[in-house]
Design a protein around this ligand. Sequence first.
Ligand code: TXA
Ligand code: MG
Length: 333
Amino acid sequence: MAEIHKPTTANLRRLARVLAEGGLVAVPTETVYGLAANALVPSACRAIFRAKQRPLTDPLIVHVPSVAAAAKLAFINPAARKLMRALWPGPLTIVLRKRPIVPAVATAGGPTVAIRCPAHPVMRRLLRICRLPLAAPSANPFGFISPTTAAHVEAGLGKRIDHIIDGGPCSVGVESTIVDLSDPAKPEVLRVGGITAEQIAAVLGRAVPVRNHAVVAAGPLRAPGLLTRHYSPNTPLKLCARITGAMLRRAGADEGFILFAHPDGALPKTAARVEILSRHARPKEAARKLFAILHALDRAGLRQLHAELAPEIGAGIAVNDRLRRAAAKRIGR
Ligand code: TXA
Ligand code: MG
């Protein structure tokens, strides 16, 4: 069993030592919880892959406290600097050409490194205390639903790690947006998350294409983690444009429904379990609650889950992306 620590200064100092010695610590960020290790030590990075059962071909995100710290790991071009100034700290990961100090295992042998400066106050304190870049993928077994509470981490990885820092529920709730600026002439969004492609385009003053995951699957493996059964619950999930009253009324007690918003009027009578992402149809609230609701429904012993898609705007785009991946047929295992 992992120990769940309160984020006191004494605990953060102790856990900074664990990290300095090559150990693993699950950490809160504003997006999802991460499983952190010293990014500069190959054996520490390898321990992350082992604990998550993550293939070594899927590179890690490295967390830093500042632009100056990022500059020690990667070559920062003017476009990247603009984005860092405008959107860091926050849920934005930038892929850049790496410096030799970053070990190959952290980048899956590739020439680029993904860097993020998180906004969560506990993670920021930890980064300042330990003075190390921290490699941290989401703190879930590979392919499963990302954790947005310390309890989710404990449920998924508790038997494989010793330390979890409890920073409360994550405020963004979906992973960071990943933008590839390794070729500044061809910026691309590789994963939509806590920042919209429009926000990035506004800062850069140009349109930035989003490579959805079908395109990633067909092309070279630039974000191999996007390929397989990501964000998947164990219970099968079906998507639809809208969950109707008739669907709820005829559903059985072994079904679960995820509504985007509360329907006009009363909820129809139903034997099924019903969860609402955002009562008043707010996409950011829906993103914040999505993984917690998936975790809860997945543990409820249901036969079939259903979810309706969010309006495809703002944070709704990331919500729909995660729902589609959760519903995708599993590959392997
Ligand atoms: O919000 C987040 O980004 C969270 C928190 C903990 O920071 N982290 C996270 O990490 O979601 P992870 O490992 O679950 O997802 C990272 C994704 C993977 O799909 C990986 O393939 C991609 O980032 N990635 C990492 N390095 C890359 C690189 N050099 N080029 C392209 N994609 C990269
Ligand atoms: Mg992940």
